[in-house]
Design a protein around this ligand. Structure first.
Ligand code: SF4
Length: 331
């Protein structure tokens, strides 16, 4: 029997190529080996951006486009919006009754993020923000997922989820464990820098949007920084300090040695080298762009897919909540 995965992403409107390589590309592979529940977690977005929700519908729609164009299959996987399955909120509430505050306060990312967002002027000292890992636990448990793809930084969240599972099972279902303890699926995340060499982030303005078509891709690659010591075309370059070359490592497999050699011997100029990179990227992302264009021509289809996913998720969630309510002696 296939294992079951739950994973989600916040609809922030900032999805870029780095996010794709860091997580979504991996999901596309996992869908063949696991039964997957993939959720656009809009309730999680509220934990840190609750003041301005006007753009959420647009962000949710765009995230669905991103996922589907990346190749997630809406039949093979359950793809849905978290807030369309109200059981997430219900289970979050019930789990919050049994979770000691200290468990939430000691999550390592909590204080760091609180400080970081506070410095950005966000009033984030809220119950919802503290309870973020609790909501994540509810997401996973509703579908009794046994596997959760996470990055190293999220391992403590999952450890908390496992502690909550143990406490719930101990208190309410010691004979017949209702929830499995979810295990992390750690994958080596690919890290793509921004076009200026720093971490790729929309707030730095150095991102390559995942939705970028061929023309925008070429334009972004033209702006990429190269070896700063290479001033003239005749200067030998150093690919090891060149952001464009880092991108070549992702998109120019089989040509790397030649590109590095041409660079070091000044056989190629940076303009031409980046043109080559841009064309490699356009061709690597061609299927994704084609799928996006097809979906954009039929927005109703995207909404139908999300409605269908929510219906399937609700069925599973409702069954879980029946068990939970019975175990807790709720009506
Ligand atoms: Fe970078 Fe290519 Fe220029 Fe070398 S030739 S510095 S690898 S862009």
């Amino acid at each position: 029997m296939k294992g079951r995965i739950f994973s989600g992403m916040q609809p922030s409107g900032k999805f870029h190529l780095g996010n794709y390589l860091g997580a979504l590309e991996n999901w596309v592979k996992l869908q063949n080996d696991y039964e997957c529940f993939f959720s656009i977690v809009d309730l999680h977005a509220l934990t840190s951006t609750y003041e301005d929700t006007g753009k959420l519908p647009e962000h949710i729609y765009n995230m669905a486009l991103d996922w589907l164009s990346a190749g997630l299959d809406p039949e093979q996987n359950v793809i849905f919006v978290q807030s369309q399955v109200k059981e997430h909120a219900e289970l979050h509430l019930l789990l919050s009754m049994i979770t000691p505050l200290s468990w939430l306060e000691r999550v390592p990312t909590y204080k760091d993020k609180l400080q970081q967002l506070g410095e950005q002027g966000k009033e984030i000292n809220t119950y919802g923000f503290l309870g973020y890992p609790e909501l994540m636990t509810a997401d996973i448990l509703l579908y009794k997922a046994d596997t959760v793809p996470v990055g190293e930084d999220q391992v403590p969240h999952l450890e908390l989820a496992r502690e909550i599972v143990r406490r719930f099972n101990y208190l309410y279902s010691p004979q017949r464990l209702i929830f499995p303890e979810p295990m992390p699926y750690l994958s080596q995340a690919k890290v793509l820098p921004g076009i200026d060499g720093r971490k790729m982030s929309k707030s730095y303005g150095n991102e390559i949007p995942f939705a970028a078509g061929p023309d925008e891709l070429r334009a972004r690659v033209r702006l990429m920084v190269t070896d700063p010591q290479r001033i003239k075309r005749s200067d030998p370059g150093n690919p090891d300090v060149c952001t464009a070359y880092t991108f070549h490592k992702f998109y120019s497999a089989g040509q790397l040695e030649r590109i590095a050699g041409d660079c070091r011997q000044a056989n190629i100029g940076c303009v031409d080298c980046k043109k080559r990179l841009a064309e490699n990227m356009v061709s690597a992302l061609a299927d994704i762009h084609q799928r996006r264009q097809n979906l954009e021509a039929n927005p109703e289809r995207v909404r139908e897919i999300l409605a269908y996913g929510a219906e399937r998720a609700r069925k599973v969630a409702a069954m879980t909540m029946e068990e939970v309510r019975a175990a807790m002696h709720l009506a």
